[in-house]
Ligand binder design. Structure first.
Ligand code: C2E
Ligand code: MG
Ligand code: MG
Ligand code: MG
Length: 291
């Protein structure tokens, strides 16, 4: 347990990064309330197509507008939600919110995709594919515009069940992406077997690829691998122009990171997008930054 300076003086935090017991119960109670009310929010970070220089999609990242503690990031409440069995409700909230926003953007002529993160327990939830299908229908969003990001560790718990869920999602036409690729368990055995469309290389590789030849070699060979497997590759955590330039030169498909834009609430994301040069149709918004 460690004491951290919080908003209201020192707070005690458990080793797994969540608040300790009494605070924890209180936070849990508040999280249930947050799920019942509208305190959970989604911020969007653009995904840049490096070939065309256009934004083709966004990643939806959950936030909690806590009435007293302000904006909370997922690291603070996701472990708690997972332990308390609240991940299905959380995922459905985020999906609903993202698909609703996507529906509005599409109606406005913005042809974007949205990527939603799933947790280990979501991939164990055999009811999930049907719920995803219902939400896609409800918002009239084509399945191909939804990407679901899963991390490698989903395969550590119950691989058979998560593969069943993944297959059902894929049958809907939803695209699957492996998030934080390169940091998890195994990497090659399941790449052969799993129906995934995209590899999303962990940001630890992006953060030093211009200075570390080994990181650069890993990025380049993973690019080659994704290409040979017919998958696209996204590098996340791109924080400077040099990294973006290197990725483009190596033929990387997509990039995400603070250098392009930080995750922002829907209205600020739209304002950012509108600020980009619009000499081309709105369905393909080019981004000048770093190009
Ligand atoms: P992730 O899916 O790998 O998302 C990327 C994280 O990196 C986000 O943190 C994003 O804000 C941050 N990031 C983006 N660009 C940069 C950059 O250039 N530099 C650095 N240092 N960081 C960057 P965030 O929003 O705090 O989310 C953390 C993790 O929480 C996510 O990692 C994801 O695993 C999880 N998460 C977020 N939203 C959801 C959700 O709705 N459901 C589930 N199950 N997990 C979620
Ligand atoms: Mg992600
Ligand atoms: Mg990631
Ligand atoms: Mg991550």
């Amino acid at each position: 347990y460690v004491a951290k300076r919080g908003k209201h003086g020192f707070e005690i935090w458990a080793p797994d990064g969540t608040p300790a017991s009494r605070d924890r119960l209180e936070t849990l109670e508040q999280l249930r309330t947050a799920l019942d009310t509208d305190q959970l929010d989604v911020h969007y970070q653009p995904k840049l197509d490096l070939r065309t220089g256009c934004v083709t999609g966004v990643e939806a990242l959950v936030r909690w507008n806590h009435p007293e503690r302000g904006l909370l990031y997922p690291d603070v409440f996701l472990p708690l939600a997972e332990q308390a069995g609240l991940m299905r409700r959380l995922a459905l909230r985020v999906l609903e919110r993202s698909l609703r926003d996507l529906q509005a953007w599409r109606a406005d002529g913005l042809d974007l995709s949205v990527a939603v993160n799933l947790s280990v327990s979501n991939l164990q939830d055999v009811a999930l594919p049907e719920q995803v299908e219902m939400l896609l229908d409800a918002f009239g969003v084509p399945a191909g515009s939804l990407v679901l990001e899963i991390t490698e560790d989903v395969l550590m718990s119950d691989a058979a069940r998560s593969q069943q869920v993944m297959a059902a999602l894929r049958r809907l036409g939803v695209r699957l992406s492996i998030d934080d690729y390169g940091t998890g368990y195994s990497s090659l055995a399941y790449l052969r077997a799993l129906p995934v469309d995209e590899l999303k290389l962990d940001r630890s590789f992006a953060s030093n690829l211009t200075s570390d030849e080994r990181a650069a070699a890993i990025v380049r060979s993973t690019l080659q691998l994704s290409e040979d497997l017919g998958m696209s590759m996204v590098v996340e955590g791109v924080e400077d122009a040099a990294t973006l330039a290197a990725l483009r030169a190596w033929g990387c498909d997509y990039a995400q990171g603070y250098h392009i834009a930080r995750p922002q609430p829907a209205d600020r994301f739209l304002a950012w997008l509108a600020d980009q040069p619009t000499s081309v149709p709105r369905t393909a918004i080019p981004v000048q930054r770093g190009l």
